[in-house]
Design a protein around this ligand. Sequence first.
Ligand code: HEM
Length: 352
Amino acid sequence: MGGSKTYADYLDLHTLLSLQGDDSKLSNDEQHFIIVHQNFELWFRLVLIELRAARTLLLQPTLPEEDVPRIVHHLKRCTEIFRLMTSQWKVMETMTPQDFLAFRDGLGTASGFESYQMRELELLLGLKQSQRVGEMDPLGHFRKLAERGGPDAEVLKKLEAESAIPALGEILATWLSRTPIQGSVAGSDNDDDMVKQFVNEYLAAHKKVGDDTVARMTGHGVNNMVAVEERFAFAHQAAIDFLMPDGEISRPRAGLLFIESYRNLPLLTWPRILIDTLVELEESLVLFRTHHVRMVERMIGRRVGSGGSSGVDYLEATLKYRVFGDLWAVRTMLIKQERLPELKNPDFYGFA
Ligand code: HEM
């Protein structure tokens, strides 16, 4: 630390520690409630800083290879923060439902629903309004709050600015669409044909794996084979729909499938690490939500939330949110190495 600055000066500790309310007016439980919330908000702030840094790097029109580890580094920090926060719900659970009821009325309609940093984080990742539960419209809520002016108006501006920038999910799709497939570079002359051939060969291999499994199960006398066969047929149709939504091949999805399938190729090492990191990040966010809702159920049962939602029912519905839906979905259709279509142009990927 430079000059005559103290630890407290450097961290602005006097200001920070004056923000938890008046000790003489608050019960221990309420102080704890405030401090735990503030902790989460501080971590959200850091997650936002890291995600913005990752997005800026990923937004580059061509991503230099050495930047991928930097993106992974930013994202991994976010995952660790979410893991830490997930364990912090335990501190909240040291409070009993009665302890909470003693000061809950004082919250009025204040609710975690209004955590604008959490909303910014969701926007930055790429959660869309259409993916949200029923009528819940956080931006609409902040639009109403903005009518009060001051910091509330600033919050809306920030959230709207965030919505105007491509989210990580979108940028990722653009990046995936540039994946060389069977050695074919996106936009090159016969790229469409190469990608089509890969997709067709993959789907044929996928079908064969399903058919072989059905035959094996029939041979082993598995019950209810009609239903089992339907499940495999459904899974195969889902693979077709995934790779060819609206009948057209999706190059980002084909690229993703290629990376996941030939993930041991040297050139695909960092792309697959980036994908794994994003899945891990989203998993940590889902687990964070999961532990929040269990803590909430323990605290307030199934009563209406202070923000007016159905409480636990609403929060449970949010556990379905997936920003990186394709990264999760592709896992369903992976097949083992030996059954994959033959790799073309292996030298392109670093195998002579
Ligand atoms: C006794 C402790 C807590 C209870 C009983 C509780 C309860 C709830 C309830 C019922 C909701 C649904 C919205 C509503 O109607 O209010 C909610 C949402 C939320 N809470 Fe909590 N909460 C608690 C602590 C926390 C803490 C410490 C945080 C950390 C910031 C937090 C963050 C959130 C967030 C971000 C949402 C929005 C979820 C979404 O809309 O996806 N909560 N909470």
